[in-house]
Design a protein around this ligand. Structure first.
Ligand code: SDX
Length: 424
């Protein structure tokens, strides 16, 4: 992996040779681990030029707009696979055989219920608490119930925790919604598939069990696939950092949920709908694009831009197709927010500011319109992102713990006071 070398010439010091490591695809990396011997650190706020780890799970080519999960393009997984099969792939590295898939699906089904006492945690929240605040709390609280699978050095415990988290996130997410509605929480059903079960727990009540639309369930499953993993993004890096201290998996996933909540990250899907509401009408688009371009205005066009993609986000393309399918299936022919979103995309993508900065719609731009059409309230959008991303987070957590690792502990460039004496 390291047959090439970089040479660092530091004035007045001997040149430093740094190995260059080559992956299977994508950019080489310069291994700077030996740099500390020179008494210097690299400096890279926001990790714009930093590879934090080696991974085999997901590959992104931002220039080509390519996203691969264990080598398979996201477009093919969205079209031909389903979410639980994609979960198996992310967790285990290969697609399951029919028998492996049946066993995996059965295992997940048999872990979808949560401890009855977990319901009491919800009562401490106001009914109008943001669902992501509740999810941070109740997911972290899972570690109080599963003492039998918290030994992170034990591969079996890691496996059990991964299954429990993938299985229970839809149940907890739906419980969060029901709590906000003041409706009874619905138990999961083993006769439904993963996405159907989630929609059942969200929208059915003890008074009436309506059949789940297969089209909406398929759209939900596709949305889960499109959000499943995305390399070393902010929330995944948070989970890896928390995991590197030896924290239990439930605490690590709770940390990932907290990081995802931010509007610059997973909170953007909720922010897109709020932005479209604020724009209100096509006639206001130019004013908002001007705000987005104004350096003195903190407003950014939500759902646009990406740290890695400098081409179209492949997930946004699939999401837009799914959006058209769902709205057509629901007979929604003139969704004003979709019209507005499409017009906004058209205008933004002809504007030099966005073209020069390669700002394209990202995964969050269209997802909210589909979720709203399915009947999911805006405040639940990021919860659904967290539900779907849990398998990515836990796959990276497992990958890190499965080989030698060190606690993540970055250093800094200190620009504060040098030592001074306290003279009272
Ligand atoms: C996700 O990392 C992942 O993989 C994340 C994710 C995943 O699956 O985990 O893909 C999910 O988080 C998608 C992104 C969702 N966020 C949004 O839609 C919020 C709006 N987007 C921006 O906040 C921004 O584009 C980021 C945060 C996504 C990326 O920010 P970067 O990489 O730090 O880029 P930047 O802020 O340095 O922007 C470069 C330039 C700047 O202008 P200049 O200083 O060069 O003049 O582009 C401008 C920015 O001001 N810019 C925008 C903009 N995004 C960037 N200007 C207006 N509107 C925007 N949306």
């Amino acid at each position: 992996m390291a047959d090439k070398k970089a040479q660092l010439i530091i004035e007045g010091a001997a040149p430093v040779e740094l190995p260059i490591l080559t992956g299977t695809v994508g950019p080489d990396v310069i291994d700077v681990r030996s740099l500390t011997a020179t008494g210097r650190f690299t400096f890279d706020p926001g990790f714009m030029s930093t590879a934090s780890c080696e991974s085999k799970i997901t590959y992104i080519d931002g220039d080509q707009g390519i996203l691969l999960h264990r080598g398979y393009p996201i477009e093919q997984l969205a079209e031909q696979s389903d979410y639980l099969e994609t979960c198996y792939l992310l967790l285990n590295g290969e697609l399951p055989t029919a028998e492996e898939k049946a066993r995996f699906v059965s295992t997940i089904k048999n872990h979808t219920m949560v401890h009855e006492q977990l319901k009491t945690f919800f009562n401490g929240f106001r009914r109008d608490a943001h669902p992501m605040a509740i999810m941070c709390g109740v997911v972290g609280a899972l570690s109080a119930f599963y003492h039998d699978s918290l030994d992170i050095k034990n591969p079996h415990h890691r496996e059990v925790s991964a299954m429990r988290l993938v299985a229970k996130m839809p149940t907890l997410a739906a419980m969060t919604y029901k709590y906000s509605m003041g409706q009874p929480m619905m138990y999961p059903r083993n006769d439904l598939n993963y996405a159907e079960n989630f929609l059942h727990m969200m929208f059915n009540t003890p008074c009436e069990i309506k059949p789940i639309s297969p089209v909406l369930a398929k759209a939900m499953d596709k949305i889960f696939i499109l959000h499943a993993d995305h390399e070393q993004n902010a929330s995944t890096s948070t989970v890896r950092l928390a995991g590197s201290s030896g924290a239990n998996p439930f605490a690590c996933i709770a940390a990932g949920i907290a990081a995802l909540w931010g509007p610059a990250h997973g909170g953007a899907n909720e922010a897109v709908l709020a932005m479209l509401d604020e724009i209100g009408d096509v006639s206001n688009i130019d004013a908002f694009i001007a705000k987005a371009k104004d350096k003195d205005d903190p407003f950014k066009l939500m759902g646009f831009g990406h740290r890695v993609y400098k081409n179209r986000d492949p997930r946004a393309t699939v999401m837009k197709q799914t959006c058209d399918e769902v709205l057509k299936e629901l007979g929604i022919t003139d969704d004003p927010q979709l019209e507005l979103a499409m017009r906004l995309e058209e205008i933004a993508l002809t504007d030099p500011y966005f073209i020069e900065r390669s700002l394209y719609p990202n995964v969050d731009f269209y997802s909210g319109i589909i979720l709203k059409a399915i009947g999911i309230p805006t405040s639940m959008f990021t919860v659904i992102f967290a539900l779907a991303r849990t398998v990515g987070w836990i796959s990276h957590w497992k990958e890190m713990l499965s080989s030698p690792y060190k606690i993540g502990r970055p250093r800094q460039l200190y620009t504060g006071y040098p030592q001074r004496d306290l003279k009272k």
